[in-house]
Design a protein around this ligand. Structure first.
Ligand code: PLP
Length: 440
């Protein structure tokens, strides 16, 4: 019997669902996607304001990418990574072209987490040092090494984690951990990193890993001086800078990469998600020419069965072609500017809104019980009935977005148009009126 033709299978009976207490899982079957919309098996349509997991940058079912996957599948579905692979070669060349000028070679993985795993290994091999600096409000993936360098509370369940991880406070201007205000603060959050480096022995630290703009911990957009200072501090102490571009890469911020907003060159860049919009799993570790040269006469102790998978690489090449040919990154910038305007209005009109932040189509509304005290509407690492209600009501009205703690994230596919953005933001605005009433 053809198992694909059998009667409906209850997924809950056979699948362990991620990040879930299994008995509470009640999956909605999604059967179709097109552009920024997807449909469940009852025919309900949803507008995707989260790009699924901030990866579906070009939207569902882009014909060019589907065609490229089909053509590659007919030619060569898989080849071991030690053989030459045309799709991988072309993709690596393209990545080197679109990343900062110091980046010269790529190692391919299958996700963001294992890109970060391999970046950490490469940083340790290259420097001969072991410790890694990471920020508290960060997420770098769920595998053991990647979750160990994450600050996100999702790491708690994996602890005690990898040895030698040093955590530092974040450039979270709205709730400055140093109780300062930009620009009078003299970027104390960066100077704090310098102090921690000294306390921890700079000669033992291999790398610092950062998201150029913090993603799932709340969209923190550091001042340009912060990133420049961090780059200088790393150089001063011989510490590599790893930019985790898994969410910020490939147009999300209105630039090819988050680091472009700051004009800095990281030593290592990790990427995944938007590189092929998630059509086929793929991660990338891109390294500077200095690091690439180091491995010319030394073993690179990294490898994966699916490294440089031809289907994933072909999908990424077609996705990058779509970004370029269809002006998708330009559109993200233009729609991002509109989003900034909507967010300004939202902040003006709602007492429940403490702060709004966005870079391109990477945005967040931070909800508070009281604007003066900034008490969050929902505690860090907690949940609240109001936040759950916002999410549920918006879903019922056909808008899917990512809500976590007291943050409403806004990260639609980069192909969204003005009318669609307006429609989604109107629904969000209406919900915030409800919250204003509930807290007043
Ligand atoms: N890095 C960042 C910044 C992320 O946001 C994520 C996932 O959300 C990851 C790494 C992990 O990527 P993946 O889930 O593909 O392993």
């Amino acid at each position: 019997m053809d198992i694909r033709q059998q009667q409906h299978v209850n997924e809950r009976d056979y699948v362990l669902f991620p990040w879930s207490v299994q008995s509470k899982v009640n999956p909605i079957n999604i059967v179709k996607g097109e552009g920024i919309y997807f449909w469940d098996d009852k025919g309900n349509r949803y507008m995707d304001f989260a790009s699924q997991l901030v990866n579906l940058n070009i939207g569902f079912n882009h014909p060019k990418v589907i065609k490229a996957i089909k053509e590659q599948a007919e030619k060569l579905c898989y080849i071991a990574p030690s053989f030459g692979n045309e799709a991988r070669a072309k993709l690596a060349k393209k990545i080197v072209e679109i990343t900062p000028s110091n980046i010269s070679k790529c190692f391919f993985t299958t996700s963001g987490a294992d890109a970060n795993e391999n970046a950490i290994k490469i940083a340790r091999f290259f420097t001969g040092k072991q410790k890694i600096i990471a920020r508290y409000r960060s997420y770098h993936g769920a595998t053991f090494g990647a979750i160990s360098v994450s600050g996100d509370p999702r790491r708690f369940a994996a602890e005690p984690a990898l040895n030698g991880i040093i955590r530092v406070l974040d450039p979270y201007c709205y709730r400055c951990p140093f109780d300062k205000e930009y620009p009078q603060c003299h970027i104390e959050c960066a100077e704090h990193v310098r102090e921690i480096i000294q306390f921890e022995n700079p000669d033992s630290i291999a790398a610092m890993i950062i998201e150029p703009i913090t993603g799932s911990n709340g969209i923190f957009i550091p001042p340009v001086e912060y990133m420049k200072r961090i780059r200088e501090i790393c150089d001063e102490y011989g510490i590599l800078l790893i930019a985790d571009e898994v969410m910020t890469g490939f147009g999300r911020t209105g630039e090819w990469f988050g680091v472009n907003l700051y004009g800095i060159e990281p030593d290592i860049m990790t990427m995944a998600k938007g590189c092929n919009s998630g059509y086929v799993p793929l991660g990338i570790v891109a390294v500077s020419s200095k690091i690439a040269e180091y491995f010319e006469d030394k073993m690179l102790y990294c490898g994966l069965t699916y490294s440089g998978h031809p289907l994933a690489c072909a999908a990424a090449l077609a996705t990058i072609e779509a970004y370029e040919e269809e002006g998708i990154i330009e559109n993200a910038r233009a729609m991002g500017n509109l989003l900034t305007e909507y967010l300004k209005k939202i902040k003006m009109n709602h007492i429940c809104v403490g702060d709004v932040r966005n870079a391109g189509l990477f945005g967040c509304i931070e909800l508070v019980k009281d604007r003066k005290t900034k008490e969050p509407l929902c505690p860090w690492n907690g949940s609240s009935a109001i936040m759950d209600r916002i999410k549920e009501e918006l879903w019922n009205e056909g808008l899917y977005l990512y809500i976590r703690w007291n943050y409403i994230f806004l990260a639609p596919p980069l192909i969204i148009n003005q009318q669609q953005l307006e429609e989604g933001m109107k629904l969000v605005d209406e919900k915030l009126h409800m919250v204003d009433k509930l807290i007043s």
